[in-house]
Design a protein around this ligand. Structure first.
Ligand code: ZN
Length: 238
């Protein structure tokens, strides 16, 4: 595991396709996102190798239901017995992952095949234990920010005291640039850019460090970077 800032670890043992995080706090640890289905064993192994006992996992929060973020969730929940939390709107997708479809129609047959028959992409349904809403304060110190677009119940997590934002896939940091999430898998572009606007305008002064589902972290001036992205997107819109 790789420390990003004090308290926040990236589980880099699963590679670079997607990032999952461990947050250390007073009561134990919280996992943020769960990787692909085939990542669960690696994540559990990384936790124990790092010296955590599985019963220390207090909660597993998923930013959204996509096979790379919540694919490992069923196995992680079973092994740790930790409660699973997601946004209230995302509940039905977690309970029925087949509802999540690529935005591009032509990808849907291949996606259906992969998510039905291949071990890397076949997601098991999970019933969440806790439903989160926008603005909710969590005991870990995070504020839940509803950032819909990539999925309807997508959330980002803000830790004001640590000046940290965990974006999930509300945006990514691919190829050295902050970007909107991949269009092919983002059914609601209008809400995606509204969510980026929200992270910039409502919360842009509250964080410096940002970690993403995809791409390396930004450790300084994160609020300014997202504000600049929002300005760029909305100047193109006019
Ligand atoms: Zn993703």
């Amino acid at each position: 595991m790789k420390q990003i800032i004090p308290g926040l670890w990236e589980i880099n043992e699963i590679g670079d396709d997607v990032h999952c995080y461990v947050w250390e706090w007073a009561d134990g640890i919280t996992l943020i996102d769960a990787g692909f289905p085939t990542d669960a064993a690696t994540i559990l192994n990384a936790l124990t190798t790092h010296g955590y006992a599985l019963h220390q996992v207090q909660r597993i929060i998923v930013t959204h239901v996509d096979v790379d973020h919540s694919g490992g969730l069923a196995a992680l929940k079973r092994a740790t017995r930790a409660p699973v939390a997601c946004h209230a709107v995302e509940k039905k997708f977690l309970e029925n992952p087949k509802l999540r479809q690529p935005a591009a129609y032509y990808l849907r047959p291949a996606y259906w095949f992969l998510t039905s028959f291949t071990s890397k992409y076949r997601m098991r349904a999970v019933v969440p234990d806790e439903l989160l809403v926008d603005g909710q304060s969590l005991p870990e110190g995070f504020t839940v920010i509803h950032t819909p677009g990539h999925t309807p119940g997508h959330i980002s997590l803000l830790h004001k005291e640590k000046r940290l934002l965990i974006t999930g896939d509300a945006l990514s940091n691919r190829d050295g640039q902050l970007r909107q999430p991949i269009h092919l898998y983002t059914p609601d572009e209008r809400n995606t850019i509204r969510s980026i606007w929200k992270l910039a305008k409502k919360y842009g002064n509250d964080y410096d460090a940002i970690v993403f589902g995809h791409g390396p972290p930004i450790l300084q001036n994160g609020g300014k970077r997202i504000t600049a992205l929002a300005s760029q997107i909305f100047s193109q819109e006019i």
